[in-house]
Design a protein around this ligand. Structure first.
Ligand code: NAD
Length: 265
């Protein structure tokens, strides 16, 4: 029997940041498949262009915009580009992030700490700061911010990343309280261990270059005993951005195969 794709995003415009990356790209594909027009945003302009065709293949309007999401002027510019392209912004997947250097807290480079906080946390604030006024003027919208299982647990060697991802949840909850009464929902996803280049970079350092050993080892932190795929995050993000999640607000959803809520032995 032929399966029918849900087209619940038809006529909606969504911004996806980190769209040259794995989770952003997979999510953009899920959203486009369901009918959304999409603005793909990333600091990696070539990566964006390389990803565009796969998203556009679903037949919706797809635009790209190169921006550093930690800089206010560039965030304003991507918001303006979405308005120019689509006339509205129904959703923001505030997802761009990077892992930063790996070092124990007492050795962690101070400038790197500031860079990662700006890259992963200030960017989330700025995205909401500049998209929410558009949503309020329209009468509503939905935002999903990307946290991590590192939003709820310490991860050795990654103090700046950890602090930024804990901060993402605080920003999400505060924004939900601020704008919930005015029709904008704000939630977060907390991906577990997901099969992406970002993970491979981290594993390379943590497991002395043996990335496959890293994947097997980290897979075991979840009862499903595997690492996740980017599309498994995208499906949850699409749900949270959709009207089906109309009473989900201020939530931080773990998409981690059960890693955060279990003790493995
Ligand atoms: N991969 C995992 O296991 C995992 C787990 C938990 C959380 N996350 C989070 O998921 C999000 C997506 O990561 P991914 O795994 O797809 O990694 P990825 O490296 O494939 O994608 C991240 C993208 O963000 C972009 N980016 C980074 N800083 C930017 C900036 N300042 N401005 C614009 N673009 C910027 C990068 O260019 C890249 O394309 C990140 O926030 C990451 O922290 C990933």
């Amino acid at each position: 029997m032929a399966t029918q794709t849900n087209r619940d995003f038809e006529g909606r415009a969504i911004i996806v940041t980190g769209a040259a990356g794995s989770i952003g790209h997979a999510t953009a594909c899920v959203l486009a498949e369901r009918g959304a027009d999409i603005l793909l945003v990333d600091i990696d302009g070539e990566g964006l262009e390389a990803r565009r065709a796969a998203v556009a293949a679903y037949g919706t309007r797809v635009e790209t915009f190169r921006a550093d999401v930690s800089r206010s002027e560039e965030v304003k510019a991507y918001v303006a580009a979405a308005q120019r392209a689509f006339g509205r912004i129904d959703g923001l997947f505030n997802n761009a992030g990077r892992e930063g250097k790996v070092a124990s807290v007492e050795e962690y480079d101070e400038a790197e700490f500031d860079r990662i906080i700006a890259n992963n946390l200030r960017s989330i604030f700025l995205g909401m700061r500049h998209v929410i006024p558009v949503m309020l003027a329209q009468g509503g919208g939905a935002i999903v911010n990307t946290g991590s299982i590192a939003s709820e647990r310490g991860l050795a060697g990654a103090c700046a990343y950890n602090a930024s991802k804990h901060g993402v949840i605080g920003l999400t909850r505060t924004a939900a309280a601020d704008v919930g009464p005015r029709g904008v929902r704000v939630n977060a996803v907390m991906p577990g261990v997901i099969d992406t280049p970002l993970l491979e970079k981290m594993l390379g350092t943590l497991f002395n270059g043996d990335i496959e050993l890293g994947k097997r080892t980290l897979g075991k932190v979840a009862p499903q005993e595997r690492i996740g795929q980017p599309r498994e995050i995208g499906e949850v993000v699409a749900f949270l951005l959709s009207p089906a999640a109309s009473f989900v607000n201020g939530a931080a959803w773990a998409v981690d195969g059960g890693a955060l809520c279990t003790i493995r032995h």
